[in-house]
Design a protein around this ligand. Structure first.
Ligand SMILES: Nc1ncnc2c1ncn2[C@@H]1O[C@H](COP(=O)(O)OP(=O)(O)OP(=O)(O)O)[C@@H](O)[C@H]1O
Length: 385
């Protein structure tokens, strides 16, 4: 890999000239990362050959690439005309170019030549948790209890680093199974910082447009657009429940009472039957007590009251057995069942598409409209897998 100095030629379109100039100026200011030439990436991916395609997300196709020195990379090509994509492209670079942690996907650099907007990441061999452990198409990878335990602890460490060690703190806003990638040793790394927000110390929360993925959104954030680190902690809690149970947070193929994982966990917790949730594919080769403890930590993280949710460093300690988990601390999760009257209404809004992440305008925190709540929770309920 090599680093190139970069000369940016300003592009101007007739339809959205001002916005384009604004974005172009920001792009021209990219300094803190390696800049790749388009030619170099073309060579690494065999001219972006379909046989090198390893995935596709909301913002473009991802290719596997190999550089001349043998370094492998995941090369994410943003679709040329997506304004949202360009904004997220810049956010990604601003947020992670300067930080490094073993549980965060490393950004090698980017390419901003002509109309090309391409991100270059370290290559992770074992796909995402969504493609392997959770969701319909399970891979051949055997996720033992030790592996799952290790994944939970290391995702928690990555998030604790973003929340508590980096200054200003970073709220990821899109913690979910498809954003947890696994390396060849099944070590997890958090990816996709396109929606992340920098969070200065002096702020209690940021009022922002709601972004994220249905099924993982904390209620206070989904309804009021009030963002704190606790929204990520809620999403992490949902992920934790998914990892232990080996199922997705929403599965409409199941009987109604089982469709929403968090509701199911709470119900079984209240009946003292959490053990039923543990993934049967573990074939009993796990520690029941520890697996149930992880489910309880998931419940602590998804409590309805954000301030009751533990910090990520506390979560790490609890997962590692360095801090006790007290049942008396567990209160109701931010459950969607309070909105059951909204079930069945057709979602008339464009908040979500199946499981992908995007931003929508939220009302101000003072004016929580019922229709907005309806939109949010219908959208969450409407996520099928
Ligand atoms: N660094 C990487 N190493 C290996 N594979 C990757 C890497 N980054 C992405 N991929 C693959 O590309 C797929 C698409 O990733 P991408 O981040 O673009 O979208 P997503 O997170 O799946 O969806 P969305 O961004 O729309 O929520 C991933 O599921 C994964 O299989």
């Amino acid at each position: 890999m090599s680093c190139f100095s970069f000369l940016f030629s300003r592009k101007k379109t007739a339809s959205s000239a001002e916005q384009t100039i604004e974005i172009d100026e920001e792009v021209s200011g990219i300094q803190n990362t390696t800049l790749f030439t388009y030619k170099e990436l073309k060579m690494a991916t065999g001219n972006f050959h379909y046989s090198n395609k390893i995935g596709e997300g909301g913002f473009g196709i991802v290719y596997k690439g190999t550089f001349r020195d043998g370094t492998m990379a995941a090369i994410k090509v943003l679709s040329a005309d997506s304004k949202q994509g360009v904004r997220e492209f810049l956010t990604e670079i601003n947020v992670i170019a300067d930080i490094e942690h073993e549980n965060l996907v490393k950004l090698y650099g980017c390419c901003v030549e002509g109309s090309h907007r391409i991100l270059v990441y370290e290559y992770l061999e074992n796909n995402s948790l969504a493609q392997t452990l959770i969701g319909g198409n399970r891979s051949n990878i055997q996720f033992s209890w030790q592996t799952r335990r290790n994944i939970c602890i290391n995702v928690a460490k990555g998030l604790a680093f973003l929340h508590e060690e980096v200054r200003p703190h970073i709220v990821h806003r899109d913690i979910k199974a498809s954003n947890i990638l696994l390396d060849k040793n099944l070590m997890p790394k958090i990816s996709d910082f396109g929606l992340a927000k920098l969070f200065p110390d002096n702020l209690t929360h940021i009022s922002t447009r709601v972004a994220g993925t249905t099924g993982y959104l904390a209620p206070e954030y989904a309804i009021r657009g009030q963002l704190t680190r606790k929204a990520d902690i809620y999403s992490f809690g949902v992920l934790l429940l998914e990892i232990v149970s080996g199922r997705c947070n929403t599965n409409k193929r199941l009987p109604l009472s089982d469709q929403y994982l968090l509701e199911r966990v709470w119900d079984l917790y209240e009946r003292g039957q959490l053990v039923e949730l543990i993934d049967t594919s573990l074939n009993g080769e796990h520690n029941d007590e520890e697996a149930q403890k992880f489910l309880k930590i998931g419940l602590l993280c998804t409590q309805d009251m954000p301030k009751l949710r533990p910090s990520m460093s506390e979560v790490v300690k609890m997962l590692m057995g360095e801090e006790a988990v007290d049942d008396r601390d567990i209160s109701r999760p931010g459950l969607l069942s309070e909105f059951t009257s909204l079930r069945g209404q057709k979602d008339k809004h464009d908040m979500t598409s199946e499981g992908t992440s995007k931003e929508v305008n939220s009302p101000s925190s003072e004016s929580i409209s019922t229709s907005y709540a309806a939109m949010t929770f219908n959208s969450i309920y409407d996520r099928s897998n």
